[in-house]
Design a protein around this ligand. Structure first.
Ligand code: ZN
Length: 380
């Protein structure tokens, strides 16, 4: 059963999600998309020592912790600096292309002041920060390398306007429009910008039609897409949360890691999805698109997050991200989203992240000018 009136709230509070399988007592089986892996041998003893190797192949379950200092020395990154930032031990690692901020016992981390989510909260051993090997391999190392866009001569993006037809998505508190209308408008504005900048562009839907999630994945497969991006708007689960606002970008959770967002779904970390082959690129695209959206829209940073239940992401055989472009349940943000000029900005922001000449690197944050993000309080 799917409640078509529900939007696509990504909040932590229980809600029904129109374009995702609704959890029920009878589990939805998708054997084609997933396989399980059994847990591999631990690569390292508990915190306090360094594992032999932490350059992991995709989709291996490993345990172990790495001293951030040792890892940064091996990478010629750093130095690491402990910041005087409140009572929670906070550390900055200065890499050539950015500044990483981690806080003890907090899964929220920052890369060039942008929020992203570790799978495991950093630990402190003998005063030194320790990171889980999966976080190093799947969250930290990808950020240390620039995103390589596909060659201009032969690259194809599938833009997926969320919802459609009887699947309305969430409803705007500003003008009563539905998410399905704005997501399609956003996709239609984005397509021509990319087309004039070296992308072949296909839309999963160009009109107000129903389309299943698995067909959206199959469409990208059929056309051998190099990138899949799903466009949505958000809604708080309760009218009482009408202040909730901001933009967030999702990619699939790496194997072995807990998800940021689970909603009511089982979050089986042993699952391996086709899209896990692209863990590195997924995060790189997600961070680049999120950064561009924040820069151009000025919206609040809701972070790059991980989810395992999103069918349009996990089955993809190419890098794939899902963007929530703001809260249609927040009166101020809903008014902006209802404005065509703002939606044009959102389109230009996504495009800017995917076009070489527009994706000029933003000067990295330095430890000297780092300030604690206003929305950076430890989260559950
Ligand atoms: Zn949605």
């Amino acid at each position: 059963m799917v409640l078509v009136l529900a939007g696509c709230s990504t909040s932590h509070v229980k809600t029904t999600y129109a374009d995702q399988p609704v959890p029920s007592k009878e589990p939805v089986r998708e054997p084609v998309e997933t396989e399980h892996v059994t847990e591999g041998p631990a690569l390292a003893p508990p915190p306090g020592s360094t594992p032999e190797a932490f350059h992991l192949p995709t989709n291996r379950l490993v345990k172990g912790w790495i001293p951030l200092r040792k890892w940064s020395e091996d990478q010629n990154a750093g130095p690491i600096q402990r910041l005087a930032s409140g009572t929670v031990p906070t550390f900055a690692l200065k890499a050539t292309n950015g500044l990483l901020i981690i806080r003890a016992y907090d899964q929220v981390a920052y890369w060039n002041s942008m929020e992203f989510h570790l799978g495991f909260a950093p630990q402190i051993v003998n005063g030194q920060p320790m990171l889980h090997v999966l976080d190093v391999a799947k969250n930290i190392e990808p950020l240390m390398h620039p995103l390589a866009l596909p060659e201009r001569t032969n690259r194809l993006i599938v833009i997926d306007a969320g919802h459609g037809g009887s699947n309305l998505g969430t409803k705007s508190v500003a003008d009563g429009s539905y998410e399905k209308e704005f997501s399609l408008d956003w996709a239609r504005r984005l397509a021509p910008i990319l087309e004039t900048n070296g992308w072949k562009v296909l839309l999963t839907r160009t009109g107000d039609v129903d389309m299943s999630l698995t067909n959206r994945v199959a469409f990208a497969d059929l056309n051998k897409a190099n990138l899949f991006i799903s466009l949505h708007f958000n809604a708080a689960p309760s009218p009482a949360d009408h202040d909730e606002a901001g933009i967030e970008t999702f990619c699939v959770t790496p194997t072995g890691m807990p998800s940021t967002l689970k909603r009511d779904f089982e979050d089986d970390s042993t699952l391996v999805f086709p899209n896990n082959r692209f863990d590195v690129e997924n995060l790189q695209y997600a961070m680049q698109v999120q950064r561009s959206l924040l820069k151009i829209s000025g919206a609040k940073d809701h972070g790059v997050r991980r989810a395992r239940f999103m069918t349009v992401l996990r089955g993809q055989n190419c890098p794939a991200i899902l963007v929530e472009g703001g809260y249609m349940s927040n009166p101020r943000e809903a008014r902006r989203i209802a404005d065509p000029n703002y939606r044009q900005k959102l389109a230009e922001a996504v495009a800017a992240a995917l076009i070489e000449k527009m994706a000029a690197p933003i000067p990295p944050t330095t430890a000297e000018n780092y300030t604690s993000p206003t929305n950076g309080a430890p989260k559950q």
